[in-house]
Design a protein around this ligand. Structure first.
Ligand SMILES: CC(C)(COP(=O)(O)OP(=O)(O)OC[C@H]1O[C@@H](n2cnc3c(N)ncnc32)[C@H](O)[C@@H]1OP(=O)(O)O)[C@@H](O)C(=O)NCCC(=O)NCCS
Ligand SMILES: CC(=O)OP(=O)(O)O
Length: 326
């Protein structure tokens, strides 16, 4: 287990939060729940059919018959009234475990939610975006992975943040700059003393190749540098220039980020999602996420390819986010 995950688990244990897992029908979720209870990482609420869920030490709720079904439906209808949602539609929506679980977080009946082992990212995150909305002062929610790699020469002893690998499909330059700045703030929150160094990735280093993507990344770099001049952030950089000093010396001499990056900002979701899966599958990295940043309360996604241990990790991270939100 990586040092990062050990740290998250110790922090989660020290002040236990209540996390809702809406996917009670998923065997990996049940396996993860047993480990979480055993390790004392969180108080768990599992949504699903109580006759089918056998985990000691957790609360099981069936959204369809839940005591709070009507109260949540009323609140949801109120929140979405401007979108034309009726009380009948809201009641139907509360039969969906992801919507019900997100309402639990909204109403303070849970501190955070983790889902996505058997639901797509869109279906996992849409309720959070609709119900919880962005955190104060934030205009864009985005998603990162914490990658605990087997290459200690990169990032913080092998730990890096990759963004956006989950949510924003084709961010424009301004959105990309927001993703970069939010990622640096998340890095500081999770990694403490290690200074964030943000690489704005492309297939070009400092204009070495032409095209819409490098131009977008260059513009995003300029905007991010204007918005957060104190931040070590550089682009456009190719992956090798971002990570490897000898390549950085050749391609981006004088850059304070090149050769030392610990946050990789991808130009779009295609690159980000493929990139994190390459590092996870070929490199054997632990991949925790997609973790949301900029959302009002902690809700995090999983890949449908996740393991039970990945779910345990994301629950520990979510619990730590809930502590930070206090
Ligand atoms: C998540 C996603 C479904 C949201 O888009 P959508 O379903 O089309 O929903 P909408 O665009 O109608 O957005 C729903 C709400 O979320 C808000 N929203 C959407 N994206 C947002 C973002 N990045 N930040 C903040 N708010 C956002 C919208 O403003 C809207 O709010 P409203 O309903 O109160 O007006 C979409 O961004 C998506 O599909 N992303 C890719 C996910 C994916 O497939 N990832 C690959 C695997 S990880
Ligand atoms: C994060 C991600 O890629 O999710 P999924 O594998 O479920 O599409």
């Amino acid at each position: 287990m990586s040092d990062f995950l050990q740290r998250m688990k110790s922090a989660a244990k020290a002040d236990k939060k209540t996390i809702v897992l809406p996917e009670g029908e998923d065997p990996r979720t049940i396996e993860a729940a047993k480990k979480i209870v055993e390790e004392g990482l969180a108080n768990l609420i599992i949504l699903g059919d109580p006759s089918q869920i056998d985990v000691e030490g957790v609360t099981v709720i069936d959204p369809k018959t839940a005591e709070k079904h009507e109260a949540y439906a009323e609140k949801f209808a109120e929140l979405r009234a401007k979108k034309g949602v009726t009380i009948e539609q809201a009641r139907e929506q509360m039969n969906d475990a992801t919507y019900f679980g997100t309402m639990m977080v909204k109403m303070g009946d849970a501190d955070g939610l983790v889902s996505g082992a058997c639901h797509s990212t869109a279906n996992t995150l849409r309720p959070a975006l609709q119900i919880l909305k962005t955190a104060p002062g934030t205009k864009l929610v985005s998603a990162f992975f914490i990658m605990c790699t087997k290459t200690p020469e990169y990032g913080a002893e092998g730990t890096l943040m990759f963004a956006d690998c989950g949510l924003n499909i084709d961010p424009n330059a301004d959105e990309l700059s927001e993703i970069a700045i939010a990622s640096a703030a998340s890095w500081k929150a999770f990694m403490g003393d290690v200074e964030p160094k943000v690489a704005m990735l492309s297939f070009s280093t400092k204009g070495s190749a032409k095209g819409e993507v490098p131009e977008k990344v260059q513009e995003a770099t300029k905007l991010a540098n204007e918005k957060a001049p104190e931040l070590a952030l550089d682009g456009d950089l190719q992956l090798d220039a971002a990570l490897v000093q000898s390549v950085a010396d050749l391609k981006a001499p004088g850059s304070e980020v090149a050769g030392h990056a610990n946050i990789l900002v991808f130009p779009d979701l295609e690159a980000g999602n493929i990139g994190y899966k390459l590092v996870q599958r070929f490199g054997g990295a632990e991949a925790y996420g997609p973790i949301l940043q900029g959302i009002a309360k902690p809700v995090n996604d999983l890949s449908r390819g996740c393991s039970a241990d990945d779910i345990v990790g994301v629950v520990a991270i979510t619990a730590v986010q809930a502590q930070m939100a206090e």
